[in-house]
Every structure is written in structure tokens, then in C-alpha cells.
Write a protein that binds this ligand. Structure first.
Ligand code: URP
Ligand code: ZN
Ligand code: ZN
Length: 470
């Protein structure tokens, strides 16, 4: 065997299936050997007492996404992927959003131009379809799926983005024909508009009323409807950012029926609640995201979904805005009503430590499920497996080294994202990624950038393995 570039020695290697004490040999960015006594290498990293996990794959992040007049997203690809790397991730899947009237190719050209040469970790794009014309669904989308853009997101809410049921059915039909995977944002648009109008008429305009305007039935109904529409077309879908037990139970019921319905939840639904949106002034705007964080019972239900396998994905839904910024959460119109506060919170850097500490550390999930929920299932779901999402011979050497005992108090001062706050300020966690390696190269170590922007590559993807039909 040719001399190895790197050996990671004396650690415990954890995958979705196994936990093994062994060394990892890397050559040309790929894992080429797992075992003991691997000989010598140009670089030997001793990780005694530490864990080697597949680098996290965060399959739900938003970078550089147009977010409305006068609103600027806090992360582009450089800061967003650096934050991802420092948080133990080696691949992210941001969205490429089609503007109304825009061709998908044109949207992709813009996102590729924004990402090119900027990324610290590897990147692939999901499309967001906001304008499902005949041309888009009949011509563009099938060609893009062939070109490796094998997943897309659709919205059942948001001004200018929501698709009606007919449009959803048309989109799902094309997904079935092309074997693309559709991610669904499930909230009932008309119900939200009705409740928002009513709250505004009553003068209830503070950020806390964002949660009141999108109660659990709004999400449960849309989840049920999305599943029913997918059942009609006989196509798999992923319900993203599920926040509560009622929506989770809709997914569980569908799965028991044998439907290929997948679920994703996020850190905000495990450790935040509606109460975080309280505050006399605009403080609660920091936590405005959709669906909103709920209550303790919803948190428990989301844990249940993670531990029983109803949810196969744990993502951040990183959608960062600055708080103290008139182009962010404090946009002047937002002071007149929660309706205008930009939706979304940062989280790409804290997703993994929160699940590690609250999940593995507190005995709610084991380490192998942690790996499945944060890396392996994302790779299988979105056509990156086995190149990504595991530590195996032939896989890219995408590895996060974890110190399972390190205690950290999450704080904005530790973050690398473009936001000026973290919604998890003050949360104490045990377990932290201390080194992140992408294709054999260290890109972050001890909370600082170790690589250069541009190491991260664009990834073309195959069809979903998990959603494949016989
Ligand atoms: O509030 C959120 N989640 N913003 C991000 C966009 C989305 O719906 O995923
Ligand atoms: Zn969404
Ligand atoms: Zn999102």
C-alpha cells in the first residue's frame, strides 16, 4: 500500500451502525484503511480519549437567500460554511430559491456564483420552487434532476412562495416521474393570514404573537394535507422542521400505513419554547421562525420522534438574520407587526453540540443514532451516500473529532456565523467537536478556521436512497 497521507490514531470510530476502537488511514482525501498498526504517514493525529464521527451533514440551511425588501440574510457562503465547519459539519445543503418568473437555471447560476471559491465545507443545493409553471415543471426540473439537483422544497405558506394544492399535486407528479425528492414546509397559509389579520386588528403585533398566529393545528392540518397529496400521487416526501407531537403523529401514522413519508426536526423544537418570543419590545424577534417553538410537551414529542425513528433527519434550518440591524430582525416595518419580522434563526454551528449533549449525554438517543440523525441519513436521503455520511473504506475522509467530555457554555462570542446573536446563548453543553476534517484536510480546529475558503466543493447528487421505490 502506498504511504498514507494521514493516520487518525487511538480514537473510537462511531458510525450509524458501529462503535469501534480503530485507526483511520487517509490517502488523497479518502478513507483507505481502518484497523490497527497502519504504519507511518505524513501526518499522525493522536486522538486518545476522543471520538471520530462522520462529519455532520446539515441538509437544511439557508445562505445568501433573498428574504424580502430591505432584508439581508446574515450569512453568505463563506461565513455560513465556516460556522458549519466549526460546528463539526463537513457538508451542507443550502437552498437555491427560484424567484417568481425566474428560470431555475438562472437561479442556480446566481447561487453557484455566490458559493464558488467561498466554501469551507462541501455543498450541494436543493431547489426551492416558487413558480411551478409548465416550463419549470415540464422542462427545467427534469433536466436539473438529471444533472444532480435531485431534491426540492415547496412551501404551503409565505407570501409569494406558497403553492396551492393543485400546484403541489403538479409538482409531486413531476417528482414521481423524475424520482426527485420533495421537502415540504407544512403550514396552512390561509389560516395564518386569517389569524394574523385578527391579531393585528386587536393590536397584538409584538413578536410573541408570531407564535399565536401559527398554532399547532395550522401545522398539523398542512402536514396531514401534504401527506394526503403525496399519497394520491404515490410519491415519497420529507416534512421538514416539524415542531410538535400532533404533526409528528401524522407522519408516524403515514409510516405505519407503509407510506414513504419522512420527518425532520431541529434544535429549536427541542430546547426553545414559545416563551422565548416574549418581551415587552422587540427582544422576541430573535426567536421568530416558522413553525415557531412550542411548549414542553412538544419538545418531549420531538424527542420521541427522534428516538423512535419517526424523524430520520435532525437539521438546523439555519436561516440567519442579525438582530440589532434595520436590515435584519429590527427592520422598521417589523416594529409595526410580527408579520414583517424576518423568519428564521441561526443554528448551523450549534446543531450538533445541542443534540450530542441533550440527546446522547442525557440518554435519550445513543451515539449511533446521533450519527444517523446528523450525517448518515442525510447522505442517504439526499443522494450522497456512501461517499458522504459514514466512515468507511472508499468514503470521503469527512471526519469530526469530538471531545465527549468538553463542557461549553454556548455564547455568541464563540460563534462564526454572521448573526450578532445565538438563540442558544447560555445553554451549557457537554461534548464539542474539536477538529473538523473535510476530504482529509482540517478545516476547523478548536473553534478557529484552519483551512481556506474554497476547499469546500460543490457536490452533484444521485437520487435518494431512502426514498427509492421498488
Ligand atoms: O423560519 C424559518 N424556518 N425560516 C427559514 C425558511 C424555512 O421555512 O425553512
Ligand atoms: Zn420551511
Ligand atoms: Zn428552512
Amino acid at each position: 500500500m502506498a504511504r498514507l497521507d494521514t493516520i487518525i490514531r487511538n480514537g473510537t470510530v462511531v458510525t450509524a451502525a458501529d462503535t469501534v476502537a480503530c485507526d483511520i488511514g487517509i490517502k488523497d482525501g479518502v478513507v483507505v484503511v481502518l484497523g490497527r498498526d497502519l504504519g507511518d504517514a505524513d501526518e499522525v493525529i493522536d486522538i486518545s480519549g476522543l471520538l471520530a464521527l462522520p462529519g455532520g451533514i446539515d441538509s437544511h440551511v439557508h445562505f445568501a437567500q433573498p428574504s424580502g425588501p430591505d432584508i439581508v440574510m446574515a450569512d453568505g457562503f463563506a461565513s455560513g460554511t465556516l460556522a458549519a465547519a466549526c460546528g463539526g459539519n463537513t457538508t451542507v445543503l443550502p437552498f437555491c430559491m427560484q424567484q417568481k418568473g425566474q428560470s431555475l437555471r438562472e437561479a442556480l447560476k446566481q447561487y453557484h456564483a455566490a458559493a464558488d471559491g467561498q466554501c469551507h465545507v462541501d455543498v450541494a443545493f436543493h431547489m426551492i420552487i416558487t413558480d411551478p409553471t409548465e416550463q419549470v415543471l415540464g422542462q427545467e426540473l427534469p433536466a436539473l434532476v438529471e444533472d444532480g439537483y435531485t431534491s426540492l422544497k415547496i412551501f404551503m405558506t409565505y407570501e409569494g412562495m406558497a403553492l396551492n394544492d393543485r400546484e403541489i399535486l403538479e409538482t409531486l407528479s413531476v417528482a414521481r416521474e423524475t424520482r426527485a425528492l420533495v421537502m415540504v414546509h407544512a403550514e396552512n397559509y390561509d389560516a395564518i393570514r386569517f389569524l394574523t389579520d385578527r391579531l393585528e386588528r386587536a393590536g397584538k403585533t409584538a413578536p410573541r404573537y408570531h407564535a399565536t398566529s401559527r398554532p399547532i393545528p395550522v401545522e398539523r392540518e398542512a402536514t396531514h394535507r401534504a401527506i394526503s397529496l403525496a399519497e394520491l400521487i404515490d410519491v415519497p416526501i420529507v416534512i421538514v422542521h416539524v415542531s410538535n407531537g400532533e404533526a409528528m403523529e401524522e407522519i408516524r401514522r403515514a409510516q405505519i400505513k407503509g407510506l414513504k413519508i419522512f420527518g425532520e426536526t431541529c434544535p429549536q423544537y427541542l430546547v426553545l419554547t414559545e416563551k422565548d418570543l416574549d418581551g415587552l419590545n422587540m427582544e422576541g424577534a430573535r426567536y421568530v421562525c416558522s413553525p415557531p417553538p412550542r411548549d414542553a410537551a412538544s419538545q418531549t414529542a420531538c424527542w420521541d420522534g427522534l428516538s423512535t425513528g419517526v424523524f430520520s433527519l435532525f437539521s438546523s434550518d439555519h436561516c440567519p438574520f442579525r438582530y440589532n440591524d434595520t436590515h435584519g430582525k429590527l427592520v422598521p416595518k417589523g416594529r409595526t407587526s410580527f408579520r414583517w419580522v424576518p423568519n428564521g434563526i441561526p443554528g448551523v454551528e450549534t446543531r450538533l453540540p445541542i443534540l450530542f449533549s441533550e440527546g446522547v449525554g442525557k440518554g435519550r438517543i445513543d451515539l449511533n443514532r446521533f450519527v444517523a440523525l446528523t450525517a448518515t441519513n442525510h447522505a442517504k436521503m439526499y443522494g450522497l451516500y456512501p461517499r458522504k455520511g459514514t466512515i468507511a473504506i472508499g468514503s470521503d475522509a469527512d471526519i469530526a473529532i469530538w471531545d465527549p467530555r468538553r463542557k461549553v457554555t454556548i455564547s455568541q462570542s464563540l460563534m462564526h456565523h454572521g448573526s450578532d446573536y445565538t438563540p442558544y446563548e447560555g445553554l451549557e453543553v457537554t461534548g464539542w467537536p474539536v477538529r473538523t476534517i473535510v476530504r482529509g484536510t482540517m478545516v476547523a480546529g478548536d473553534g478557529i478556521a484552519a483551512g481556506k475558503p474554497g476547499h469546500g466543493r460543490y457536490l452533484s447528487r444521485t437520487r435518494s436512497l431512502l426514498a427509492a421505490r421498488p
